[in-house]
Design a protein around this ligand. Structure first.
Ligand code: ATP
Ligand code: MG
Length: 332
């Protein structure tokens, strides 16, 4: 069984449909054939300012959502990034083999630092992709299930792995991104050319897993479309409608074009109403289960502790190899 690794930031009270369809659903399906390591990346979250109380709460909410959607702690190590010190330790070594200009090319930094200006951004936000490379490489995974927005970071991860392997000795496996074309990028409902994002979308643009399902239904009914009133799957020409069709297709397992065919001669209102029903049917049990799991913090602590122990066993071994290869003296 090959390893897979992925992470998600506890930067909102709830995950959204982009997170779920783009990445988390694959976290669940990959469990059958692989050995997964899935983490809540609290160290990535603090690259932008977080309220400590809120961050802690969101970390628990993240764990509860993963369990509720079917990430199984028997088959998958579910843990919190800061519980495994090797992530920060390997990140330092990788910082030292990353060129400044190489880090500078990361478009996500450019996007995320655009708001406050580069001067207002933390160095942590700048080096975030290097910590992410460490997160991944420690586990020597074959695949990393993520959304399209992470492709460039995966490329950097592979470049750093290759560089380390050639400069020192073969240590890391070059991981492949695992990105499903149909759901690689889910768009903001109000701004269907931008990705749905925890930190950048307006509330009306995001469908959250833990929202009251009635609120989600309303958001779908108010999604931005276009003035043609013809339901067709055409991501370039009709981004709003096509985004709704992509979500519809992902939740029902039917091709988007086929669903579009059902609405020939009907308006957007019918499509939105039916999708709202599908979404409510999907989120209601998931949300109930997540809220129930959140009631028992010590059970969540136990899951995270056992996940971290499994993760440390793998990560510490890789880190020891790395320290040895770069020439650090082994402590007695
Ligand atoms: P933030 O805005 O704080 O960066 P985010 O919504 O991008 O939050 P992350 O925790 O950064 O969420 O990403 C978690 C996973 O969800 C990643 O694999 C990412 O590629 C995926 N993802 C995020 N947004 C989308 C989206 N709109 N469509 C598809 N996948 C997405
Ligand atoms: Mg993100």
């Amino acid at each position: 069984r090959q390893r897979v690794l992925s992470g998600i930031q506890p930067t909102a009270d709830s995950f959204h449909f982009g997170n779920y369809l783009g990445a988390l659903r694959q976290w669940v399906s990959l469990q059958d054939e692989h050995e997964p390591f899935y983490m809540v990346v609290d160290q990535h979250a603090i690259t932008v300012e977080q309220d400590p109380k809120v961050l802690r709460e969101r970390t628990y909410r993240s764990a509860a959502q993963l369990l509720a959607m079917g990430v199984d702690p028997e088959r998958s190590a579910i843990f919190v990034q800061s519980h495994v010190p090797a992530h920060a330790q390997l990140a330092w070594v990788l910082n030292c083999i990353t060129a400044f200009g190489e880090a500078r090319r990361m478009t996500q930094f450019k996007d995320k630092s655009a708001k406050g200006g580069e001067g207002a951004s933390s160095v942590g936000l700048f080096t975030y992709p290097i910590l992410q490379a460490a997160d991944i490489l420690l586990y020597r995974p074959a695949y990393v299930p993520v959304g399209e927005d992470q492709r460039q970071h995966l490329e950097l991860t592979r470049d750093l792995a290759h560089r380390f392997n050639t400069r020192y000795k073969k240590t890391f496996r070059l991981p492949e991104p695992y990105i499903l074309k149909e759901t690689a990028k889910i768009y903001d409902l109000q701004n269907p050319t931008a990705k749905m994002s925890k930190s950048a979308s307006s509330p009306a643009g995001i469908i959250d897993l833990l929202d009251d399902p009635k609120v989600s239904a309303k958001k779908i009914r108010s999604a931005v479309t276009d003035s043609e009133a013809v339901v067709a799957f055409d991501p370039e020409g009709k981004p709003g409608v096509s985004n709704l069709l992509s979500i519809f297709a992902a939740l029902t397992g039917r091709p988007a074009e086929e669903i579009a065919g059902d609405y020939a001669g009907r308006g957007y209102g019918d499509l939105k109403g039916d999708l709202a029903d599908v979404v409510v049917g999907f989120v209601t049990p998931l949300r109930d289960r997540a809220l129930e799991l959140l009631e028992d913090r010590s059970a969540l602590d136990e899951v995270l502790a056992s996940g971290a122990a499994r993760a440390r066993a793998v990560a510490d071994r890789t880190l020891a190899d790395v320290y040895d290869r770069v020439g650090f003296v082994r402590p007695l």
